[in-house]
Design a protein around this ligand. Structure first.
Ligand code: HCA
Ligand code: CU
Length: 340
């Protein structure tokens, strides 16, 4: 596995979530959480819109000299690049289309579209900003044109090529095959982006990494268009389980606070399939589970100790299924283990 890092898109893809409409202070707070976790890149929306540009300038300011880099998510469009440069972002995440209908609607031939892309990448390179080029809807659009986009980007030495499953329909083995094929054709780093429509956004990210992808797009809670994308906490816990060295440079302990904050401002619960959900992420209810935990230790029923991600246990007794565990048993257990 050649995992190189995380590109978090809570402030771009996440903002496209139906319940998200972050105010300025909330943008800044999310940004601070992401910096505290230590994600490598933070993607923001397109500053071609002046309100976005104002916000991006504030984030660039807040970032100061920290390691995290800011990327603007833009179209294959000169104006978007000029506006991003004005805001002094560290890099451009350029989103292209290989959809013949969309290109025709721009009154361009595919060759014109590629020529514009070439000029745009050269402009970015001239200003020494990092550049990524992705092609929307990798799993459905004509692969020949997608390869032309990647070839052009690769030949101009962009930092990353982006591979998005825009509709969230790819299955883990299809992802493995497709990413392996693209990996074998290009030396450029590969960035992947998985939507969760069929529930595979996490497995697909892991399959892609196994097939040679290097960078994964995430968001806090997984928020994004429709059912969202790979949740940051789930990706990091997976990587931690695969090999803790993969996540040693991140501060996983902040994950629970960060995801609970985003849930609060979106006026929703943390989804129950996330370990950062404080009710059920580390809840133990059945008598068999409670007994085993108390007699043999929490590792019997916990994939990781809650302390790793700053979460906490919830031992539920006196229910129909809880057996004979008493309050005293729970207290003795908690004194012994805390959240470790
Ligand atoms: C979008 C589409 C996108 C882009 C991903 C990328 C997708 O919402 O604009 O830039 O690689 O899922 O295709 O999020
Ligand atoms: Cu997306």
């Amino acid at each position: 596995m050649n995992f190189k890092g995380i590109i978090d898109s809570t402030l771009r893809e996440g903002l496209q979530f139906s319940r998200a409409s972050f105010r300025l202070e909330e943008h800044l707070e999310i940004f601070s959480y992401l910096m505290a976790i230590g994600v490598d890149y933070i993607e923001v929306s397109n500053p071609v819109k002046e309100e976005v540009a104002e916000m991006v300038r504030k984030l660039v300011n807040l970032k100061g000299n920290s390691q995290t880099k800011i990327l603007s998510h833009i179209r294959n469009n000169r104006k978007d690049i000029e506006k991003s440069l004005e805001c002094q972002v560290d890099g451009l995440n350029i989103l292209c289309t290989a959809d013949p209908e969309r290109i025709a609607a721009l009154n361009l031939t595919p060759q014109d579209y590629l020529k514009n892309l070439e000029n745009n990448i050269l402009l970015a390179k001239k200003h020494k900003v990092e550049t990524r080029v992705s092609a929307e809807d990798l799993f459905h659009q004509p692969f020949e044109l997608i390869l032309e986009i990647y070839e052009l980007a690769g030949s101009l030495n962009v930092e990353r090529i982006g591979l998005p499953d825009t509709l969230g329909t790819a299955l883990p083995w299809e992802v493995y095959e497709k990413i392996s094929e693209i990996r074998s054709r290009f030396k450029t780093d590969l960035e992947v982006h998985f939507h969760n429509d069929l529930g595979h956004s996490i497995s697909n990210a892991i399959s892609a990494l196994r097939a040679g992808a290097n960078w994964v797009d995430t968001s806090l809670l997984g928020i994004g268009e429709r059912t969202g994308i790979t949740p940051l906490s789930s990706l990091l816990v997976n990587l931690y389980k695969i090999n803790p060295a993969l996540t040693s440079r991140y501060n996983l302990k902040v994950l629970t606070a960060a995801e609970n904050y985003v849930a609060r401002i979106c006026q929703m619960e943390v989804p129950m399939n996330l370990m950062t959900n404080l009710d059920n992420g580390f809840a133990h209810k059945a008598g068999i589970h409670l007994n085993a935990l108390i007699n043999f230790g929490p590792q019997k029923y916990e994939p990781i100790p809650p302390a790793v991600i700053g979460a906490r246990r919830n031992l539920i007794i006196k229910s129909l299924v809880s057996g004979k565990t008493t309050e005293e048993d729970v207290m003795t257990f908690m004194e012994k283990y805390g959240q470790d």
